[in-house]
Design a protein around this ligand. Sequence first.
Ligand SMILES: [Zn+2]
Length: 218
Amino acid sequence: MDSAVGVVLLEALRSTDTPPETLEAEDFTQSLPRRLGLSGVIERQIERYTRLEEEGEGLEPSAAEDLFRLISRREDSGDVFRRAGRDLARRELRSRGIGSKALSWTGPTVLTRWLALRAAARLARRVSPVASVRTDRNPPSLVVEGCLPARACEGPDGCEVLAQGLETFLEAYSGSEAPVVHPMCESASESACVFRVASASEDRDGRGAEDGPGAPES
Ligand SMILES: [Zn+2]
């Protein structure tokens, strides 16, 4: 298991727990005790995993599963997992010398979708090393059998890492937002976790019809 995944999950936990600067000092001290991400334990663990990463050492898959499970118990687990997915994808893009909006093309095309799906498949193999990962052309999707986040979290929230990773790659390669849906999840007894580019009408937050191609001007 790639120790960078552990580092990014812990950093996402810490970032989510860091209060905005505008927060009043008294609120901060009141909320501090439940801010697990700011505790010394997390800091030491980040240091440990960073050292493993630098030394090219892997992480025990069970340690990664524990981490996914721990985060999934939080109310804001979706935020933490989305942040981790975005950060993992951005690290990967940076290591390839690609900015977060590298190619200002007009939107997802067959080519940019394929590039993004391939990058997301590599990311899925890092997050879930024992899984069988493939990409499908029609509809353009990422299929993960034996998905570690789904197993560890016993729910779909950990899969946000992969959904958000794919979304970040799509955005980088196509230059525009392309929401990703996760219609099938192993945590719901499906045969695989499937991630697919949403069509304009099924935008997760219902804005798709306005933002999508061919939408009427308002
Ligand atoms: Zn899933």
